[in-house]
Design a binder for this molecule. Sequence first.
Ligand SMILES: NC(=O)c1ccc[n+]([C@@H]2O[C@H](COP(=O)([O-])OP(=O)(O)OC[C@H]3O[C@@H](n4cnc5c(N)ncnc54)[C@H](OP(=O)(O)O)[C@@H]3O)[C@@H](O)[C@H]2O)c1
Length: 278
Amino acid sequence: MGVLGLGRMGAALAGALLGAGHDVSVWNRSPLKAGPLLDRGARLAATPSEAAAADVVISCLSTYESQQPVLDAASLRGRTLVNLTSGTPEQARGAAKWAASEGVDYVDGVIMAVPQGIGTPGARILYSGSETAFAARRDVLEVLGEPVFLGEDAGMAALYDLALLGMMWSAMGGYLHALALVGSEGVTPAEFTPMALDWLSSVGGFLAGIGAQVASGDYETDVSALDINAAGLAMLVETSRAQGIGTEVPATLRALFDRAVAAGHGAHAIASVIEEIR
Ligand SMILES: NC(=O)c1ccc[n+]([C@@H]2O[C@H](COP(=O)([O-])OP(=O)(O)OC[C@H]3O[C@@H](n4cnc5c(N)ncnc54)[C@H](OP(=O)(O)O)[C@@H]3O)[C@@H](O)[C@H]2O)c1
């Protein structure tokens, strides 16, 4: 195995492969970072092409921009490239096109874990691109985390990545806003967080129902209509202002919900907001 890039994530990937007994050759722009891996049996490649002597090469650099010169230098013809550098779907498709023109089997991947989780049961990595190459090297990929294949369109893993991260950022933004709001009356994060955790898990329970409504386009509800949720958001924005904290997080959603109400979805379920997002 060859690993290009030994930042936080690349080093964790190489470490998991070593832990599973693989022969691992590593390259990094700053070779000193390889030290701990060399102690565990990795071989230091002096150039990207030396690391790419392996039949499977995993690349994990900061960005596609920083990665491309490294891939160009790696001479990957005839190899399988597993690209775990985060990017946009268009960047992934571009890389797949480049790989095809170079005679490289291409699998794109996105890591839904932090470096400390790599190689542990909770880690999941989403892949798209060459199904043949994915299936042939699934055994290796399983060492890094649960591999999930999303199809031959190389951009799909990146699309899922951004969709899931978007949910994470929204939830974190909502949590931080909540901490600021209750904090304005002296409530500490330690006091509030257990209730927030319970609440997030209840909210998670709504997702399947919302998804089913989006899939069917039937937004009828006997649970909670959009207009009362829009009114609630207005109260949240007003109260945030009154408590002297920022309103950016709820104000964006409020504008969206208000637009959906104005478009005639007031009596519909929250799922109907997707019509405005689209
Ligand atoms: N960390 C996470 O929790 C996490 C989670 C999911 C996905 N990812 C993704 O994994 C990728 C790597 O993240 P990371 O956390 O490992 O980042 P990092 O610790 O900052 O490491 C960045 C890596 O890219 C290399 N690099 C940067 N610019 C370069 C250039 N111009 N030429 C050659 N090498 C260059 C660095 O080399 P030097 O050591 O020489 O600087 C280093 O190996 C990113 O795409 C990130 O989005 C990370």
